[in-house]
Design a protein around this ligand. Sequence first.
Ligand code: HEM
Length: 248
Amino acid sequence: MSSTNVSIHEFRKSKGNLEPRPHWLYTGTSAAEQAPSQVQVPSLNTISPQASDDEDDGGDTETEKDNDVPPAFPALNSAQRVQTSRTPKILTDSQLMPPPPFPSLAVRQPGVPSTRGNSLAVPPSTTKPPPKPSKKSGKVALAPGHSPLDWAALKTSGADLRGVDSLMRIPPSVLKQHNKRDDAWSAFNGKVYNITPYLPFHPGGEKELMRVAGRDGTKLFASTHGWVNVDFMLDASLVGFLVPEPSS
Ligand code: HEM
């Protein structure tokens, strides 16, 4: 027999055989909070399975049919029971964590996403057609042999695309004279380029490009397609640098 059973029987002997015996499920705090020798046990009509084996139990009234009753565990006089049976501290309302905010599910509509943007609802379906582009693309059909790749091949071919022998300092009055289709200069970011060779290669068309012929086109260029690297595209057409008008 286990030591647990022995201790229980010793306990019962000290209280007398007819003393009520604790059930193994009993975990009442009143018994555990007391010293083992002073434990008050509830009244139960059970009989120890070990009673008939115990020679000191003269006049024992217990019978064999109650052998299925298990002993108390942990033992009533064990340190474990004394430690764990302390009454837990009950917190007051002010000590408790506040409840989470009310999710306000009642105001939600199925399929309508939350205004907070974190809804798990499916996006609303729509029969509206996709919006049409506000305006047509300004691109034009380029003549055969005038694609961007053809321009890249031309400017690296070594062909003269400047029309000048050396880079020049160009005041606005000089720039202004080069405003014809076969002799068009334009300034972008302080550099003056001969745009005539590029005219048939311009994806936006010759007409659009000619709007800046003979003047500073930096602003119009930036407002049309600021992502285009004009310095790289026209490097072979550089003719000089824009300078202020000389004072007479
Ligand atoms: C010499 C300087 C310029 C160069 C190197 C240049 C180059 C280009 C390039 C590479 C594109 C194609 C852009 C793309 O596909 O995203 C383009 C488109 C276009 N460019 Fe220029 N461009 C120049 C000046 C101008 C100027 C002064 C205008 C006048 C408004 C202009 C008007 C346009 C237009 C309307 C398009 C079509 C944009 C679109 O709808 O896709 N370009 N240009």
